[in-house]
Ligand binder design. Structure first.
Ligand SMILES: Nc1ncnc2c1ncn2[C@@H]1O[C@H](COP(=O)(O)OP(=O)(O)OP(=O)(O)O)[C@@H](O)[C@H]1O
Length: 625
């Protein structure tokens, strides 16, 4: 049996290992202003608003950075002016060694001051961009954590990862690089124009600028095309990430069924689509970015023609003409950069739109408006479920379920595959929402309890025993943040996994999962079981979680369960009847309906479905109990 989403006992242990060391969740610390950012990520779901709030909260930092860039450009535009003066002095034959030294010194000072001022502005904007990237990723992750499992059924992990990586990065690039270049380019243009007006000729400058006036039209025309192309590239990247994630997760199956070639050709198809769409994006971007400097070059042609004529007839000095051509050269760069930045902003805008769609998704399972407090929870469970059907399904998967479980009892739930066993226990944890007044914990409708209260009260062990890629000790401690090493060891003993762990070279510090030791199915199940033992919740649900352990180990675990959970509620879902034989009551489901209910002996004596299942398993040696 499988359940989607986060089991109730898989809550990370607030960054602390059981022995007080910081866990891997906290090993890389962000800078101080990232730990306490001015904008809290949970304030808004709309990334555009989050961006506006962020910009507003850092308005003085941005103002200082932009002023610094502005000052650097004011310094920079002195460069052609100094060279113009140098040319005039040279032309008039007044150049002395002393004057050469002064000019050189002036140019050096201009260069150094420019680098310092521009560096400060660039660094500050870069830092702000990273901070926003951090906030947005954190916002996305905490949003995903709050969403219900039905949301994740409709989406691939690859697609979600693409949002967290590429879309967020596109926004950050626009925010830091884009803003740097934009301030740089705009101020460089303004200061260059100012200097040409002041030191060269207003008429020459205005005539040379005619081609530049076309730039806004190009922006309006090309912008949406670049944005659409960018969105299509991101979608293709998501597709590829999805396939890669799926294929690598199932790599054993792919190899076992010799399907490598098929997978490789599916991958090639995706990559081909990406390349094709990226080429489309490059074509549009290149055209967009080329048109703007083209206009700059036309201005240059006019300036050379008309400016050259003015210099020839002596209406402007040679030095002024030299300075003017240098100024024009300086103008072409910011114009080119503006094209680049606008492209950058278009991409960021497409990414913000994609992020907005994600972030505006509301969780469909939430805390009640007026929660009922029950403390402590004893673990009395009552189910009076007339019917349940999954959202968008066309038939009920459960009907007429009535079950009363006083705390201290163990209940077995059995039935053929797809008979609704996992569905029933997932309703108990509100992984999917049951109808109102159909499931009660300590007499309170579970929909009236805080989600945290409910899930704290339940320890859930899924069949696949999902483990995180960290140490085996931390995996066991996930259910209880205050656990001591002794408690972890004891839980491992109770779950019959202690000897396996002790045999690993690093014991409880052994890293497991993708980055470390691979555990067998049975070892995974017992580690997940140890986690549940450690959590010691009022209600324990084992969802076919002994299926991969051998009979003797199962027997020992069941004995421990009976000893440790004498006053608590235990629900055991199982296919192997030996796991429920000693239960106080057993519910048999068929196609979502209860067909039998009683103790093992009663059900065997009744000679119904349970009895024939039991006889079959005894015959095949599946159950020895
Ligand atoms: N999220 C879901 N959305 C729609 N239908 C679902 C969902 N999860 C399960 N089902 C359907 O509900 C029915 C019962 O599934 P469930 O997993 O509860 O059965 P089960 O008895 O636990 O099966 P198994 O023993 O094979 O694990 C199945 O027909 C299944 O396809």
């Amino acid at each position: 049996m499988k359940i989607d989403g986060h089991p109730a006992n898989h809550q990370p242990a607030n960054g602390q290992t059981p022995d007080g060391r910081p866990s891997h969740h906290q090993t890389s610390r962000p800078p101080a202003d990232i730990v306490h950012p001015a904008v809290h990520p949970s304030e808004t779901s709309d990334p555009r608003r989050l961006l506006r709030q962020f910009l507003w909260s850092r308005k003085w930092t941005y103002t200082a950075a932009i002023l610094s860039i502005l000052a650097s450009e004011i310094v920079m535009v002195q460069f052609p002016h100094i060279l113009g003066q140098f040319t005039n002095t040279l032309q008039k034959g007044r150049l002395t060694l002393h004057a050469v030294g002064i000019y050189s010194l002036q140019l050096t000072v201009v260069g150094v001051v420019y680098v310092i001022l521009y560096g400060i502005g660039q660094n500050s904007n870069g830092h702000s961009g990273r901070l926003f990237e951090y906030l947005l990723r954190k916002r996305l992750f905490s949003h995903w954590e709050r969403l219900s499992t039905s949301y994740f059924r409709g989406r691939s992990i690859g697609d979600l990862l693409n949002h967290a990586m590429n879309d967020v990065q596109a926004v950050r690039e626009a925010l830091s690089g884009g803003l740097n270049i934009l301030s740089n380019a705009v101020f460089l243009m303004i200061s260059t124009l100012f200097m040409t007006f002041r030191t060269v000729s207003v008429k020459l400058t205005l005539i040379s600028m005619i081609p530049i006036l076309f730039i806004p039209f190009f922006v309006v025309w090309m912008g949406p095309r670049v944005r659409n192309a960018s969105r299509r590239v991101q979608e293709a990247l998501s597709d590829m990430a999805e396939l890669t994630e799926e294929s690598l997760s199932a790599i054993r199956l792919v190899k076992a069924t010799a399907n490598e070639d098929i997978e490789a050709s599916r991958f090639t198809e995706r990559v081909d689509t990406i390349v094709e769409r990226q080429m489309g994006l490059f074509r549009r971007s290149a055209l967009f970015q080329a048109l703007i400097p083209l206009m700059g070059s036309l201005s240059f042609v006019i300036a050379l023609g008309y400016g050259g004529y003015l210099a020839l007839v002596g209406r402007i000095q040679l030095g002024a003409f030299v300075a003017f051509t240098l100024y024009l050269g300086m103008l072409i760069t910011p114009l080119q950069q503006i094209g680049f930045v606008i492209n950058n902003f278009q991409r960021a805008s497409a990414s913000l739109q994609r992020l907005k769609v994600l972030l505006l998704e509301a969780p469909d399972i939430t805390d009640p408006e007026h929660p009922v407090d029950v403390d402590p929870i004893a673990g009395d469970v009552e189910i009076r479920l007339p019917a349940f059907r999954y959202p968008d399904a066309d038939h009920d998967v459960l009907a007429n379920i009535c079950l009363q479980i006083p705390h201290g009892q163990t209940v077995g739930i059995v039935g053929r595959t797809a008979s609704g066993k996992t569905t029933l226990v997932s309703l108990l944890m509100r992984v999917f929402d049951p109808p109102a007044n159909s499931i009660f914990l300590d007499g309170v409708d579970i929909r009236q309890l805080r989600l945290e209260t409910l899930r704290e009260a339940i320890a859930y062990v899924p069949q696949d025993g999902f483990l995180f890629s960290t140490t085996i000790g931390e995996n066991i401690a996930f259910g209880k943040e205050t656990a001591t090493p002794q408690e972890i060891e004891q839980a491992a003993r109770d779950a019959q996994i202690y000897d396996d762990i002790a045999a690993f070279r690093d014991g409880f510090d052994t890293i497991i999962g993708e980055r470390g030791v691979a555990l067998s199915g049975g070892q995974k199940q017992r580690t997940a079981l140890a986690r549940a033992f450690l959590k010691d919740a009022p209600v324990l649900i084992l969802d076919d979680s002994l299926s991969a352990v051998d009979m003797n180990t199962e027997k020992a675990i069941l004995a421990n369960l009976r000893r440790l959970r004498a006053h608590k509620t235990t629900i055991i879902v199982a296919h192997r009847l030996s796991a429920v034989r000693h239960a106080d009551q057993i519910l048999v489901l068929e196609e979502g309906r209860p067909i039998e209910h009683g103790t093992h002996d009663e059900l065997v004596a009744a000679g119904g479905a349970y009895a024939s299942m039991y006889a079959m398993q005894q015959e095949s040696g599946v159950t020895t109990a």
